[in-house]
Design a protein around this ligand. Structure first.
Ligand code: ZN
Ligand code: ZN
Length: 87
């Protein structure tokens, strides 16, 4: 697996500070651009969870150090990792 194109990878624009996060890797080579410069890949990866019942998918945008345990359809959502999520 190529680094930086996993689910939840975060890219930031060094000029304006805009950030994007990869929700669904497509198998291509992602090269986001903002303010005419290539966005930088940050080391952090946002946690992604999905519901195995209805396939609802959520991404943690802000981490305040708590213990996030999202639930959907009356069950705990599964943490999704890697470039090929079971969606
Ligand atoms: Zn920018
Ligand atoms: Zn659900």
């Amino acid at each position: 697996m190529k680094s930086g194109e996993a689910m939840g990878s975060v890219y930031r624009c060094p000029v304006c500070g805009a950030e994007i996060s990869l929700i669904r890797p497509g198998g291509g080579h992602l090269t986001p651009v903002c303010c005419n410069v290539k966005m930088e890949l940050l080391g952090e990866v946002n946690a992604v969870y999905h519901c195995s019942v209805c396939r609802c998918t959520v991404m943690q945008i802000v981490d305040r150090g708590g213990t996030l345990s999202p639930r959907c359809c009356n069950r705990s959502m599964e943490r999704v990792t890697g470039a090929h999520p079971p969606l």
